[in-house]
Ligand binder design. Structure first.
Ligand code: PHE
Length: 342
């Protein structure tokens, strides 16, 4: 009988060694250790033995039973581990894999794109980028920049007068930031200030009540006209390419003296003359000049010690030229068919 138990033990060990899944293992468990299994079968046969024999065989039987249970436990552990490994393999995620780019909802307005590009350029040249109020006092928009109440230049920049204590107006140009910047940052000063401006216009393809400008101011000891031209050239070349030239011609602006109109080589015909530049070869882009002593004075700057230049240009106009947009009103209309093209 002992041998039969040992044989059973061997049989179990061999059978179980082949097992790879828990289901098959459970089947074997029933076959060997179940109530009607092979082990129980052998145990039953022990009743035919003498007491003496039963004692000896009993010891072996118990040992074998223990061993078989041990083997089952072991195999169960092994199969379980294999399962886990398999699952881990199937569910493995590479967290270092590049993510799926987010779907693009909308895009930056073309004016924003050009504005950001210019902010980068000016920042690289050491300029501060300042933000200013769109609803501005009459003082900063006009009086501070040498356009006192009865000045005829006010006619050219009619705007929306909001009134109130400070006589507020929707600012007509970013030049309103000239004196503000001098007062807050003092001198030496190197700043640009882009932003929205407003004028009371009868709108058409070239006129709009809302548009964007970018103002620049540089003040220090010994600043002269050459510095102004240098900066305008840097901007023009950045926008339209290295072979772009800048031409300055006298123009009156109350807040500069001398004042100029800055023109750049037409980027479309390269100066030969075309429809865009009205056959002149030049595009009017900048208003600029040396800051008027009256304006420096308003900003608390001693004009006998410091000098500076200011320039301003229409961001809206740059965008129209850059993309060949023929109607300025597209830019503020919020029409997605237009905006989706950028
Ligand atoms: N503010 C002027 C305009 O709106 C432009 C300008 C700025 C001119 C600075 C000279 C100096 O037309």
């Amino acid at each position: 009988m002992q041998d039969e138990f040992l044989k059973l033990n061997q049989e179990v060990t061999d059978a179980v060694a082949q097992v790879t899944d828990l289901e098959a293992l459970e089947k074997l468990r029933v076959e060997f250790l179940g109530r009607k299994g092979k082990m129980a079968e052998l145990m039953k046969q022990m009743s035919g033995l003498s007491d003496e024999e039963r004692r000896v065989v009993g010891v072996v039987a118990n040992q074998v039973k223990g061993q078989i249970e041990g083997v089952f436990g072991e195999v169960e552990g092994r199969v379980h581990k294999a399962h886990e490994a398999q699952r881990a393999h199937e569910e493995w995620v590479d967290v270092t894999e590049p993510s799926i780019p987010p779907t693009r909802f909308g895009s930056l307005h073309p004016v924003t794109q050009v504005r950001e590009e210019l902010e980068d350029l000016f920042t690289s040249m050491g300029f501060l980028v300042l933000d200013g109020p769109e609803l501005e006092s009459d003082y900063y928009n006009f009086t501070a920049v040498n356009v006192p109440p009865a000045h005829p230049a006010r006619d050219m920049q009619d705007t929306f007068y909001v009134g109130g204590q400070q006589n507020r107006v929707m600012r007509t140009h970013t030049s309103s930031m000239q004196v503000r910047a001098m007062k807050t940052h003092g001198v030496p000063l190197r700043m640009v200030s882009p932003g929205r401006c407003f004028r009371n216009e009868a709108t058409d393809v070239r006129h709009e009540h809302t548009f964007h400008q970018l103002e620049g101011v540089v003040i220090d000891r010994g600043i002269h006209f050459g510095h102004l031209k240098g900066v305008l050239e840097a901007v023009a070349k950045h926008l339209y390419g290295e072979d772009t030239e800048v031409r300055l011609r006298p123009k009156f602006y109350p807040f500069v003296e001398p004042g100029v109109n800055g023109e750049v080589t037409c980027f479309l015909c390269k100066g030969k003359g075309c429809r865009l530049c009205k056959k002149t070869g030049w595009l009017e882009v900048f208003g600029a000049g040396m800051i008027h002593p009256n304006v420096l004075k308003e900003g608390g700057v001693d004009s006998s010690d410091y000098s500076g230049f200011a320039f301003g240009f229409g961001l809206t106009r740059l965008v129209m030229l850059k993309y060949g947009i023929d109607d300025i009103r597209h830019l503020e209309a919020g029409d997605l068919r237009f905006l989706k093209q950028f």
